[in-house]
Design a protein around this ligand. Structure first.
Ligand code: G3P
Length: 219
């Protein structure tokens, strides 16, 4: 399983890369809006992110909902680095853009996926990735992790090559559930990385080792 970082913060990206955990980066307009407010600044930040990410895929999301606008932005982003993957919201125009970008050999991801049939359509259109959102399904009273099981089962039935990056991850159960269903990747916010690594008994064990060693020194 690959761990993607859901972040546009270069310092966060550097930290996770140095830990050896960085499998890719996902960005979105909401994250971008916290750092930049126009396209040229966004492209500059994406270039810095690609450099910090050192070779792994960086998913960059056009804001336009219409085909022509999606294509224009995606082609601009693709010029930044071969690491760039055009991350496009699921819609008829989005699917059309994925097909067109595939012909131009630009990697794509379909995002805002909430149903198995959206996932099937994305795979048929040839998207490299899909991003199903588990937390937002939980928010409306559905079980987001169950969607991942359904998608992985269907993808296996047909041998689809599209990779699943589970998004809208809010807690360790989302990560564990995704792993149990064999999802290819999860994308997680920086603040969840420590939770992934932590266990109360690990913390207690480290404390006890240090205490015992300190006691031995005073004997
Ligand atoms: O990658 C998408 C993710 O950032 C959305 O998360 O918590 O806003 O549903 P959330």
């Amino acid at each position: 399983m690959k761990i993607f970082l859901d972040s546009v913060d270069v310092a966060e990206i550097n930290q996770i890369r140095e830990m050896g955990l960085l499998g890719g980066i996902t960005t979105n307009p909401s994250l971008m809006s916290k750092k930049v407010s126009e396209l040229s600044a966004q492209k500059k930040l994406l270039a810095e992110i690609c450099k910090a990410a050192k070779g792994v895929d960086v998913l960059a999301e056009p804001i336009s909902p219409e085909y022509d606008g999606i294509m224009k932005e995606a082609l601009e982003f693709a010029k930044i680095s071969p690491q760039i993957v055009a991350k496009i919201a699921m819609s008829p125009d989005g699917i059309k853009a994925v097909s067109a970008l595939k012909k131009k050999k630009i990697k794509t991801a379909l995002t805002l996926v909430f149903s198995p049939l959206q996932a099937v359509s994305a795979a048929v259109a040839g998207a490299n990735y899909i991003c199903p959102f588990v937390g937002r399904l939980d928010d409306i009273g559905q079980n987001g992790v169950d969607l991942i099981g359904e998608i992985m089962g269907i993808y296996k039935n047909y041998g689809f090559k599209t990779k699943v990056i589970v998004a809208s991850i809010r807690n360790n159960n989302h990560i564990l559930g995704s792993a149990k269903h064999g999802a290819h990747s999860v994308t997680i916010p920086f603040k969840l990385v420590n939770e992934l690594l932590r266990h109360d008994l690990t913390d207690a064990g480290i404390k006890k080792f240090i205490e015992d060693w300190e006691k031995a020194k005073t004997k």
